[in-house]
Design a protein around this ligand. Structure first.
Ligand code: FNR
Length: 191
């Protein structure tokens, strides 16, 4: 069995985050070959280019985690029709200093959940755009934008409707197959 090192980014810092619960559900059904490592983004100082000349422990931690990953899974809300600031901060930190981006050759997938009817669509599309600018291959289909997300899970973290649950399960299987193909044709994404 080929192990896949998956870095997990949860875009919400909120204690009761629905995106965290969905990420936990995904972890609970993930294939045994996935070794999942969450990248904590809540303690990262706001990126400043002056820091390129310094060694910031929290920056080194997240850069190393992404380097070691074959792929990165984002599970994120939408903030003001875009990517949450904490996620963008992570992307800025890990794309710098110039020439030392840790993103080259990485693969990713984006899952968005929102209580709105659009399911965080703008956040997901903006995130994909940034990742593609960083040279990351992002799985496009199936796209996962979970709308009315507060109604999706019960208190135990189980889906309340089979259709949404089946869709998330389908996404996990599809990403696993897609990653296998990517790794087979272009090699592991670890650095
Ligand atoms: C939001 N929210 C939100 N939702 C949405 O669908 N589109 C949006 O543009 C925004 N904008 C926005 C801005 C800010 C600053 C906050 C704090 C929230 C609502 C958001 O979807 C809601 O708080 C979710 O619960 C966030 O997901 P978590 O934190 O539960 O994972």
């Amino acid at each position: 069995m080929q192990r896949k090192h998956i870095a997990l980014v949860i875009g919400s810092l909120r204690r009761d985050s629905i995106n965290r619960k969905i990420a936990q559900y995904i972890q609970s059904i993930a294939p045994a070959s996935w070794v999942i490592d969450e990248i904590h983004i809540g303690d990262l100082p706001v990126y400043n280019q002056d820091f390129d000349a310094e060694r910031i422990e929290a920056y080194e931690r997240v850069r190393a985690q992404i380097k070691q990953a074959d792929a990165v899974l984002f599970v994120t809300p939408e903030h003001n029709r875009s990517i949450p600031a904490a996620v963008k901060n992570l992307l800025d930190i890990t794309s710098r200093p110039v020439g030392q981006s840790v993103w080259t050759g990485k693969r990713a997938a984006v899952v968005c959940a929102s209580p709105s009817t659009f399911g965080g669509l703008s956040s997901g599309l903006h995130l994909r755009q940034v990742l593609e600018a960083l040279g990351v291959q992002v799985m496009i289909s199936p796209e996962v934008f979970l709308s009315k997300a507060f109604d999706l899970l019960n208190e135990q973290g189980d889906f309340t409707n089979e259709r949404s649950q089946a869709f998330v399960q389908k996404f996990v299987v599809a990403w696993d197959v897609w990653l296998d193909r990517q790794i087979e044709s272009k090699g592991s994404g670890t650095q």
